[in-house]
Ligand binder design. Sequence first.
Ligand SMILES: NC(=O)c1ccc[n+]([C@@H]2O[C@H](COP(=O)([O-])OP(=O)(O)OC[C@H]3O[C@@H](n4cnc5c(N)ncnc54)[C@H](O)[C@@H]3O)[C@@H](O)[C@H]2O)c1
Ligand SMILES: [Mg+2]
Length: 351
Amino acid sequence: MALVWRKLLSTLNTQPLNSSLFLYGHPLVRCCSSYVSQMRYLTVLKEDDDACSKAQASGKFLLFHNLAPLLQKEGHEGYSAPLFAAADVKGILGKLGQSDNILETSVLIGYSQDSETQFALDLGILEMNDLDHHFCGTFVELRKAFFLLRRQDIPLVFRSQALLRWHQTHQYCSQSGKPTERNRAGSQRICKSNGNIYYPQMAPVVISLVSDGTRCLLARQKSFPKGLYSALAGFCDIGETVEETVRREVAEEVGLEIESLWYTGSQHWPFPNSSLMIACHASVSAEKSQITINDQELEDARWFTADEIKRALERKKLPREQEAGVIPIWVPPRTAIANQLIQEWINKQSK
Ligand SMILES: NC(=O)c1ccc[n+]([C@@H]2O[C@H](COP(=O)([O-])OP(=O)(O)OC[C@H]3O[C@@H](n4cnc5c(N)ncnc54)[C@H](O)[C@@H]3O)[C@@H](O)[C@H]2O)c1
Ligand SMILES: [Mg+2]
C-alpha cells in the first residue's frame, strides 16, 4: 500500500497540480467507489503539503476559539456547527483587519459527500470582541456544546477539537526537547533534529454495561452531575486486551467477576483528553451479583430493573426538580455511547 502511495505522489509531483480537483480526478483516486476515492484523496492530502495547501484554498472550515466550537441556532433542531467557505472566512478576517495567514494553521478533518474538503481552524489568537457576531454564532465550551449540538454534528466537532488540542499540547519532541513542526494537514508533527515523527494520540477506554440477566449495573462518580448514573468505564492498561480491561475494571470498581462479554460499538470521546470509548456488554451470574463498591473511584453503584431504566431513559433533560426529596436518576444523553449500551440492554429485555 505504501508503495502505491509513493508511486501516486511521485506521479503528482512530476505534473502541474492546478487544483485539488486534479488530485481527486487522478486514476488511482477516481477508479473506485466514492467512499474509497474519498479516503484515498484524504490520504494524499495528509502526505502532500502542496496538495493540501491547494485544497485549503477552496475548503470549508469549522471554527473554534480557544477550543470552543462556533454554534449556530437551528430552529427546533438545536444548534449546528456550521462550515464556512474559505472565501467567507477570509472576507470576515479582512473586515476585522486580520491577515488570512491564520488559515494555514487549520487542520484537515474530512471530505464530505458534497465534495468539500473540511478543515478545523482555531481563531484563539484573535481577540474575541465581536468575533462570534461576525460569524453569526456563539463560541461555546465543548462540554456545554455536547448537550446543545445536533447529533449529526457531534463526531466532526469532537474530532476537530481533539486534533486542534493535540497540536496545542504537543509542540516539543519528548526526546530532543526541541520544537516540532507540523505537516500542512496537521496529521503529524516531526522533530527536524532527530527525525522523530509524532501522530495524534488517544487513550483506549472500555465502557461496560454489566447485567445479571434481569438487572443492569450503573454507577456514578463524585464528579458526575447529581442523579447521573452510567456504565462502568476505565482506561486500558498498557499491554492489556479489551477483554482483560473489562474483566479488571469490573473487578476493581464493583468487585464482580464477569462470565462473558461482547463488543457492541465505539465512540471518540474528547473529555478530558482524547479517548476511544470501546463499548461492551458483560454478564455475571445472578448468584454472584453481590457488589462491593470501590469508594476511591465510585460514589455509588447499583443494580437497576428494566422499569427503573426505562424511566431514567425517558428523562430527556437534566432533571432539575427533586421528586419527594429524592434526586431522580438519569442516564447519559443519546449522543453518548453509554446511552446506546443502556438502550440495547432495554431492547433485549423487551424481547
Ligand atoms: N462512565 C461513563 O459513562 C463515561 C462515559 C463517557 C466517557 N467516560 C470517560 O471514560 C474515561 C475513563 O473513565 P474513568 O475515569 O472511570 O477511568 P478509570 O476507572 O480508569 O479511572 C481513572 C484513573 O485511571 C488512571 N489512568 C490510567 N490511564 C489513564 C489515562 N490514559 N488518562 C487518564 N487517567 C488514566 C488515573 O489514575 C485516573 O485517575 C474518562 O475519561 C471518562 O470521561 C466515561
Ligand atoms: Mg472508572
